[in-house]
Each structure stands twice: as C-alpha cells, then as structure tokens.
Design a protein around this ligand. Structure first.
Ligand code: PXG
Length: 442
C-alpha cells in the first residue's frame, strides 16, 4: 500500500502547496480558518489584520454579506451553464457593467478564470488579431524584467522573474524583455510615481530595431508591477511606451490583475496613469476574490477585426469550461455594486496621502532601504542579510504574522495592499507593528 493510504486526514503531506517552501511550512504551519472585513482568524483563534487583501484581491474586505448572498442565491438558481454557443444573462450584464467603468476605448470583454488565463488569452487575441488583418508575421511578445503575468506558459515567458522561469525550459519562443524600472540610486523613497526612469521605455525602440516591428505582436506590462515588489511607473514612462507602440503598430497590453478595481486610487491603473492600452487583463478584485474569475477587455478595433469573417464560423478558437461561470458572474455583479455603493475607488484615492505619510514614517526603521507607494499599495524594501537574500523579509513576515499582521513578502520587499475599507487606526496599527518588528529583527 502507498504511504499516503495510512495518512490521517489532518496530515499535511498530501497537499503540495503552491509558491510555498513546503518542507519549511509543514514543519511549522500557519492556518487561517475564517475571515470578516479586515481580519482573518487563525486555527488557534488569533485575529490577523489582512494587510494584503488576501492576495491583492479582497478589495472590499472579506466575506461581505451582499457578495456572499449573491453567490448563495445564484447557486440555488443555476449552478453552471456552458458559455459555448449558449449564453446566460449575467455574463452579458457583467461585460456591460465592466465596459461602463473601463477606459472608454475598451468596449468588449472575454471571460476566463484566473489572471494567468487572462494573460494567455490576451496574448492569443493579439496574435489572432494581427493574423486576421493579414499581419501574421507579428508573433513576438515583449515583456519586462521583473514583470509577473501568471504561470501559464505564455505568462511565464513574457514574465521577468527568474525563479519563475528557470525550472521550465524554453517556454514560448520569440519573447524579449524591456528593462525593469527599479533603481534605488535614482529613486529610493520616492512618493508616488518616481521622477526618474521615463527613458527606460525607449529601450522598446532598440528592440523594434533589433527584431523589426513586423515581427512584434504586443508589449505586455503591469502598469504598476505588484508581485515583484511594488514598482511604480516613473513619470512619463507608460506614455512613452504607448507612443512607441502606436508608432510601430504594436498592441499595448496592460496586465491589471493587481492594479484593477481601485488599488491605485482609480478604477484601473490605465485611468490613474492616463494611458489607454489596447487590451487589459483583470482578475482578483473582479469578484472581490470570492469566486475565481478573470477577464480580458479589448478595443472595438480588435473585436471588429475578428468579427470580419463568415457569420457562422467561430471567430476565436479559445475559451474555458468555466468562462463566465454563473457563480462568478453573480459575485462580480455584487462586487461591482459594493465598490460603487461604498465609493471604494474614491476612498482609496482619499486615503492615499494618509497611507503615504504613514508608510514613509518607517524610513528610519532598521534595514529599510526603500519605500514605494501609490494609491493603497506600498512596498518596503529591506537590506538583504549578508548573502542570504529574502531571509530578512521572510523573518519579518513570520514575526508580523505572529503579532497579528499579514502582508506579502517578495524577496526582501514587504508588499502591503490592504482592503480599501481600511480605517486610519488600522493603517496606524500596520505601521506600528512593522516598525516594532523591523527594529527587533537582526
Ligand atoms: N498578472 C498579474 C499582474 C498578477 O499579479 C497574475 C497575472 C496571475 O493571476 P492568477 O490568478 O493566475 O494567480 C497575477 C497574480 C504575489 C502574488 O506574490 C501575486 C499574484 C499571485 C500570487 C502571488 O504578490 N498575482
């Protein structure tokens, strides 16, 4: 009999945890069992303040009654319906509600289930669009160093995080990368968008000269890079990417899986930074994290180019069993209602300066080498401990969790992105806890 047949149900070995040091975790597990508003509860009954909105997704706070109710009601009415050749009304409603708050050039919405799927969908739409217009040689993608676009082969290939790539061979061919925009010498302790770095976008001209525009389908970037430690775009940088893409007929994809739904102090990063992409991916906050759902928004031009063939032929051979899942649609509608009713995107914008002041008050805490912020996001970068990158960040993560504060640790950067319902007193608590722990840590 295999070993697993003897395991009691509370054994930790069967579950292979994602993006986790399994061996380390299983020797000292941390368990969450319930959540409400700003707080989780652990299996030992301790309250933990959620400083990262679950994983950048629970923008309206946890277990909000209207969302829970909407999911419950939809589960009782229709659990599942295919989206292939048949529709259900909520899917159309979600698409319409999204186009109402998206930048006005984005007029159509394709549904998937995760950010990774949305990214791969956007890349495939870009390829299919160029091909439909007779420019089928445009097959290259340009991503960016330190970019994160999920874990599909497409997203891994255009992503720029070496640990996420090196185990998986060649991935998608024909991908190149822009330089990242992180620069401690020029930009440490910038507030909001750093002043230095717009020129880094000009590297796209170099890549166009190297590969020729006729081979490039799209550029994909996060307007603000989240996972890789909160890299806020330099003033003028995204504008310059837009100009260069336009000059060469290259599509610009914004991956707004993190920046969507209020995080930067506007509905989307595109609005916050006043740059319109041709395609936008979103996920996470779309359903307030309650049911997996993601989407890709496109311009009318892209959609119309694809709708040009015979009317009885499928235009895009792509989709998922769970595209526009009814429970996800119900959760999305309830989330969008809640965001609007409670004015949460405006609230993020109103709280942003208090947030900025508060997080920057940690400037003199031990080992802090940079603090970055925009909207209700912050990255606090710590000096790596000797030759042990990420260890100080991890120790800080564990100590703060024990003290009742959860954030996301990425290398030696602490990423904070609390639910947009956060109170000023809770911001103070986050900063006090972090300050105390940082000064205690080696
Ligand atoms: N694009 C971006 C910009 C993301 O942040 C994805 C795509 C992929 O989404 P899915 O739903 O497939 O996970 C993400 C996901 C972190 C962290 O460390 C961030 C994400 C996921 C897990 C961890 O901050 N973002």
């Amino acid at each position: 009999m295999p070993d697993s047949a003897h395991r009691p149900i509370n054994d930790l070995q069967s579950y292979w945890m994602p993006f986790t040091a399994n061996q380390q975790f299983k020797s000292a597990p941390r368990m969450l069992v319930s959540a409400k508003g700003m707080y989780y509860k652990t299996d030992t009954g301790r309250e933990v303040l959620d400083g990262v909105s679950g994983m950048w997704c629970v923008n309206a706070g946890h277990n909000r009654d209207p969302i829970t109710e909407a999911i419950r009601e939809q589960a009782g009415q229709m659990d599942y319906a295919t989206a292939f050749q048949i529709g259900h009304p909520l899917a159309f409603e979600v698409a319409n509600r999204l186009t109402a708050i998206l930048p006005e050039n984005l007029e159509h919405v394709f549904f998937a289930n995760s950010g990774s799927e949305a990214v791969d969908t956007a890349l495939k739409i870009a390829l299919a669009y160029h091909r439909a217009r007779g420019e089928g040689t445009r097959t290259r993608f340009i991503g960016r160093e330190r970019g994160y676009h999920g874990v599909g082969f497409g997203g891994t290939a255009v992503g720029g995080i070496v640990n996420n790539r090196k185990q998986f061979g060649n991935m998608l061919g024909g991908v190149d990368h822009l330089p990242h925009t992180h620069n401690l010498e020029k930009n440490a302790f910038s507030r909001g968008q750093p002043e230095w770095g717009a020129d880094l976008a000009d590297d796209l001209e170099r890549l166009v000269a190297l590969h020729d525009a006729s081979t490039i389908a799209a550029v994909i970037v996060e307007p603000m890079a989240g996972s890789t430690g909160v890299l806020v775009p330099p003033v003028g940088y995204l504008e310059r990417l837009r100009t260069i893409c336009d000059r060469h007929g290259i599509l610009l994809i914004f991956d707004e899986v993190i920046t969507g739904f209020g995080r930067t102090g506007a509905a989307f990063g595109a609005e916050r930074f006043s740059v319109k992409p041709d395609l936008m991916t979103m996920a996470k906050g779309l359903t307030n994290g309650a049911v997996p759902m993601s989407a890709v928004a496109t311009t009318r031009g892209i959609y119309d180019a694809m709708m040009d063939g015979p009317p009885d032929v499928i235009e895009l051979f792509h989709g998922y069993t769970y595209s526009a899942h009814p429970l996800a649609c119900a959760a999305a509608l309830a989330s969008l209602d809640l965001y609007l009713e409670e004015g949460l995107f405006d609230r993020a914008s109103e709280l942003a300066s208090y947030w900025e002041e508060s997080v920057h008050s940690l400037k003199d805490a031990k080992n802090v080498i940079d603090i970055r912020n925009i909207g209700l996001v912050a990255g606090i970068e710590l000096k790596p401990r000797g030759d042990d990158p990420a260890k100080r960040g991890y120790d800080c993560f564990v100590r703060c969790f024990e003290e009742g504060l959860l954030f996301r640790q990425t290398g030696d950067t602490i990423a904070l992105a609390p639910p947009l319902i956060i109170q000023k007193s809770e911001i103070d608590h986050i900063v006090d806890t972090l300050g105390k722990i940082l000064n205690e840590l080696q």
